[in-house]
Design a protein around this ligand. Structure first.
Ligand code: NAD
Length: 350
């Protein structure tokens, strides 16, 4: 028998801590009640937002009226806080990346197992509508047999000037953004990843990666290109998917998918394209009557379902959506990306 409302205490009331507080509004099953941050200004802000404020981590963990601890600190301290919280009898919601490497995550998983306390990672981008839409296009085989997928996030401001630029705090774009788009890729393609090849960029600093490119080769031969860039003043589309019968693209967040399908008519009399220095039939545009163009509307996603699922799980009514073995697989994949980039070699994965 569970509770009607689970109470949450935040550790780390920065940008993301504040976001969670806003997110929980309108979710009946959870209520944020307290906060602890090492910065006085954030303690003050938490008070202004109506939260109880604690003087130390130990104090917030000792409060028996708190059921769940949300960890929204920089990445390097997630592990210690999570372990202490579970040992204090709390369920834990941890921001991504759950920690800095797979060995640390394994330690956290062992404590979750030993204490019987829930540890769940806020992989919120599983609810992103562009992802859900491309997943549907893939699963419904709208394009026929898919042989290549490209998933990109591009910005032009370099690595943010906070702890994300510092290695010891778990900075860098593989850990920051890679963790989202890799998680999406592994959820979309239900196959083993056989090979990984990756390169990292250090355009804006020499300390942490400010972007990367990784190509995953799945068991069927499907290739998945993942790219994070922070020096991209012109962005490439968020998603690009190629099947043997069509192509899909999502240009940007919030935009419907554009799909072009072949209509099975073979073309005769192809008019070649003349370029400045040559002639090509291969690359000439299709005749309009041999293709059809469609818009696939965005599949709806509701990120509030993340906390609804946490509450339902604590009440014994639902399986947790973001499962630790999935998170561990992504952590290991990020390690394979670092290894491949360092060795400049293709790395075997599964
Ligand atoms: P931030 O710097 O804005 O906030 C971090 C806060 O933690 C700061 O207020 C800092 O004072 C506090 N802090 C640091 N060490 C602490 C400790 N030992 N105990 C208590 N408080 C401590 O950073 P942010 O952007 O909010 O990122 C926080 C976490 O959220 C990171 O793990 C980040 O990767 C993650 N994040 C996730 C998403 C997402 O979409 N899921 C988006 C942004 C950030």
């Amino acid at each position: 028998m569970g509770k009607d409302v689970y109470t949450i205490g935040i550790v780390g009331f920065g940008g993301m801590g504040s976001y969670h507080l806003e997110l929980a509004k309108g979710i009946d099953e959870v209520k944020f009640v307290g906060s602890y941050d090492i910065k006085e200004s954030r303690q003050q802000l938490a008070k202004e937002k109506g939260l109880r404020v604690y003087d130390s981590l130990e104090d917030i963990l000792a409060d028996d009226t708190i059921d769940i601890i949300l960890i929204a600190t920089p990445n390097d301290v997630h592990k210690d806080i999570a372990i202490k919280a579970m040992e204090a009898g709390k369920a834990v919601v941890c921001e991504k990346p759950v920690t800095m490497n797979s060995a640390d995550l394994q330690e956290m998983m062992d404590v979750s197992e030993k204490t019987g306390k829930l540890l769940v990672v806020h992989q919120n981008r599983r609810w992103d509508e562009d992802f859900l839409t491309m997943k549907k296009i893939y699963e419904e085989k709208m394009l026929g047999e898919v042989f290549a997928i490209e998933s990109r996030v591009h910005g032009s401001r370099g690595i943010p000037g906070d702890w994300r630029g510092e290695k010891e705090h778990g900075g860098g774009m593989v850990l920051d953004w890679g963790v989202h788009i890799l998680d999406q890729a592994l959820l979309m393609i239900n196959e083993k990843v056989k090979k990984v090849y990756a390169t990292l960029t250090y355009v804006t600093n020499q300390i942490v990666d400010d972007g990367f490119r990784a190509v995953l080769t799945f068991e069927s031969g499907l290739t998945f290109l993942l790219e994070v860039g922070t020096s991209n003043f012109i962005s490439l589309p968020r998603w690009y998917m190629l099947g043997n019968n069509g192509t899909a693209v999502i240009e940007d967040w919030g935009m419907d998918a554009k799909v072009t399908l072949a209509r099975g008519k073979s073309e005769e009399d192809i008019v070649p394209v003349k370029t400045a220095a040559g002639l090509t039939k291969t690359m000439a545009p299709r005749r309009e009557d041999t293709i059809s163009n469609h818009l696939v509307p965005l599949v709806h996603g509701d990120i509030k379902d993340f906390y609804r699922n946490v509450a339902a799980n604590l009440s014994g009514k639902a399986e947790i959506i973001v499962k630790l073995p999935e998170v561990l697989r992504v952590m290991k994949l990020m390690e394979a990306i670092f290894e491949s980039a360092e060795k400049q070699q293709i790395v075997d994965f599964e």
